[in-house]
Design a protein. Sequence first.
Length: 344
Amino acid sequence: MQDTTASRTSPGAPSRASGPLSLLVLGGTRFVGRALVEAALAAGHRVTLFNRGRTAPGLFPAATGVETVLGDRTADLSALAGRRWDAVVDVAGYHPEVVRRAVDALGARTGRYVFVSSLSVLADQATVQDEDGQLLSLDGDLAPHQLYGARKAACERVVLDGFGERADVVRPGLIVGPYDPTDRFAYWPRRFRRGGRVLLPGDPADPAQFIDVRDLAQWILGCAAGRRGGVYHVTGRPLPFGAFFAACRALVNPAAEPVWVGTEALLRAGAEPWMGVPMWIGAPECAAVNLVDTSRALAAGLALRPLAGTLADTLAWDTARGGPAPGEEGLTAAAERRLLAATA
């Protein structure tokens, strides 16, 4: 059903909604978008999705109260003409020219624009950075793996220039939890449950840093309600790899045998330095990827659930789906045996 109600916020002024919101979600059916829509519905908000209908097209049928408008944001947003929303949440903006099209089309018809970016926008990943750190630029001399971050940084500038005080830029780190399309996090509780000798990468003191997708969704909703504004690093507090693996082991199989293999040994054995072992990063230029400063978000109310809950819920989901499809495992049993043998 079409929502023709005027926004409660006058475009051009910061918003701070206290009641149910009318939300336009660009995307909305994959991982972060899915968690966001579920959280919004639980909070009583009205949700309109705009997407191509290719990813999980039946995920939110009309009976859930979600309206889905089909269209391709890269070419035509005319299906949204004449509509107003309290906030738009862009969970699927990857190219600045595409984000600019949405900003131009919706600038006068929505109170806020919440853009889900990435910590990959930071130009320096070797030292600890806050929100004011230098960003990658598409005009710079980029390595191939930096192109994603540079494009996201350009998208941020488009949103901030177009919406000013009505813009929210959310920079997540590693996002984990149920329905994660990667196998970086779910691999570990599943692997410990299998038992035996479990290869653990790096050193027990190495940092890990991630955020449960449901905590991220709640933060995004707070931004949509106008409770913040500006740019925030939104991820969890760093914790030692040793503590993370100990939690996995305690949850599912204390009899599993941890076998620590140092970073240099893994690199000599041919492990890919960017998560060739799930959640492990062996590249020196990325030494601070898991040491991101989140003090601004924590001071603004970022709430993080206990690790045990994220592990248990992720394992339950992973078990229900039957584990990852062949070829999508974070690390196959054969690859783990090869690395253990090569580094023995």
